[in-house]
Design a protein around this ligand. Sequence first.
Ligand code: PRT
Ligand code: ZN
Length: 288
Amino acid sequence: MNMNDILRIAIQKSGRLSEDSLKLIKECGIRFDNGGGKLKTAATNFPAEILFLRDDDIPGYVEDGVAHLGIVGENVSEESDRDVDTVHKLGFSKCRLSIGVLREQEYHGVKDLDGKSIATTYPRLLDKYLKEHNVTAQIHEISGSVEIAPSIGLADAVCDIVSSGSTLLSNGLKEVETIFRSEAVMIASKHLSPGQQELLDQLLFRIKSVQVAKNNKYILLNCPTTAVDEIIKYLPGMRSPTILPLATEGWCSLHSVINENEFWENIEKIRQAGAEGILVIPIEKMIL
Ligand code: PRT
Ligand code: ZN
């Protein structure tokens, strides 16, 4: 690797992605000083610099190679249509791009949008969706407050980002079509040097270890030795669970890793099988 190889990572300066983006970089063990609202900061223990930008500018900077990596919503990256690689899904800032119409309006299907006008800040994604569904509608591109467009007579429908749905609801709208599902993604320049590619691989390895760890818990419990076989069935850990004898005759302590998703269902079965003193501990990193 060339000594001069460095990765410039663009993240959102302030907004919905900022906190999770910073947290992810920190969880990957990359330390830097981000005080004072700076636009750029250098990592102290990894050859990286962090650039703080508006999210809309990130795909363009990555395409141009000003930044080598960026963290943005897939919605922004796809809408920008920039020539970048999406290298990894990050699992946060999940949302959807949906079409909404006034609640009192009858709606039977996407064909009802024929001849209508739709306000959006996502003209490209909307256009693609309408073409795929053979619908001819007028796209009204506006820069913000999309959700009020129907009630002030500016458009018949909206196409906007939805997460809980409460913004649509409070503006008298109902969600009728989901056209795109989004989450934060890592995008990369297509022109990385071999050294930068190596750094990116290191970073992705760390990100994956953090993500796997989040989906798993370390579990410790005490149980009668006779219940071990039954309990082990519910602990499909990395390898076979660790079993240690306890001072109390006929009892042991059992340690394993359990998947978060199967957690509650299995915990109940484990308890019924005779487990006591169950401890569930978060895992910081998990190297597979
Ligand atoms: O200043 P800058 O340009 O950097 O930020 P921004 O204002 O453009 O973006 P920001 O911070 O609002 O959002 C960044 C990214 O977060 C988006 O591109 C999405 O990928 C993601 N995201 C996740 C969301 C939402 N959830 C979200 N709920 N982005 C926007 N919203 C808005 C939406 O526009 C609507 O006004 O929240 C409202 C809907 O929310 P609910 O919960 O009422 O449905
Ligand atoms: Zn933005």
